[in-house]
Design a protein around this ligand. Structure first.
Ligand SMILES: [Zn+2]
Length: 235
């Protein structure tokens, strides 16, 4: 082993000794300093594997609402679950590395899958500017950016804007959620979107009302097709 590599390894070992990395899902020590979660949680995360099905429960959620080419979510979201912990940290604790990690898991699942080659641009569900300023980032950003680089598809940052703040959706029925978000999004970068197959990304899908409101704006443009991808979903 070269001296440089030996020094790097020693520094990493010392770092691990004094600052052991803890898995956010289970609290165990993470052996590999490069990992975001421990090996056991990586294996047992509740993956949906919806990418293997053309018609899946997520796709069915949009039947009669808008035309979707492909719908997928990496993980199931359940109360007090590993997914919930990851999404909380991503959203509220500046753990944007979790977005990159979930993106890597998605890329692995789509290896040898035809879907990524059909996507022509990536768009994310926006936060209200005030909320994004408070939080400091949009929780979908690193997820989308990493996918964009790996799949070599343009990421159209700020293509959608949220023009008014929506109230909390927690506890609302599907209809109430829809009324809350139906007219709060506008679309910019229309020339870059029309006549393209757009992948719309959000962190968590619950009723799909927010994705529908954004998706409707995209589908208004000539020749657009729409697919949906989220990091987690409640189905
Ligand atoms: Zn763990």
């Amino acid at each position: 082993m070269k001296t440089g590599a030996r020094v790097k390894r020693s520094i990493s070992a010392l770092k691990e000794l004094f600052y052991p990395k803890i898995c956010p899902c289970c609290g165990d020590h993470i052996q590999n300093q490069q990992s975001v979660i421990c090996l056991s949680c990586l294996i047992f995360l509740p993956y949906t594997n919806f990418h293997q099905l053309k018609i899946n429960p997520l796709h069915k959620k949009f039947w009669g609402r808008m035309e979707i080419q492909h719908a997928d979510s990496l993980l199931f979201m359940e109360k007090c679950s590993k997914t919930q912990e990851l999404m909380y940290l991503l959203k509220y604790s500046h753990r944007q590395d979790i977005g990159t990690f979930l993106s890597e898991q998605t890329i692995q699942r789509y290896h040898n899958h035809s879907f990524p080659s059909t996507i022509q641009a990536i768009v994310i569900v926006p936060l209200h500017p005030r909320k994004e300023k408070q939080r400091g980032y949009n929780q979908c950003h690193t997820f989308a950016q990493h996918l964009s680089v790996s799949w070599q598809v343009p990421y159209l940052k700020n293509a959608l804007s949220r023009i008014s703040h929506s109230n909390s959706q927690t506890g609302n029925t599907r209809m109430e959620r829809w009324e809350n978000v139906a007219n709060i999004f506008t679309l910019a970068k229309k020339d870059a979107i029309q006549n393209k197959h757009i992948l719309l990304i959000d962190d968590v899908l619950t009723t799909g009302a927010t994705l529908e409101a954004c998706g409707q704006q995209i589908l208004k443009l000539t020749g657009t097709k729409l697919s949906i991808l989220t990091m987690a979903c409640k189905v």
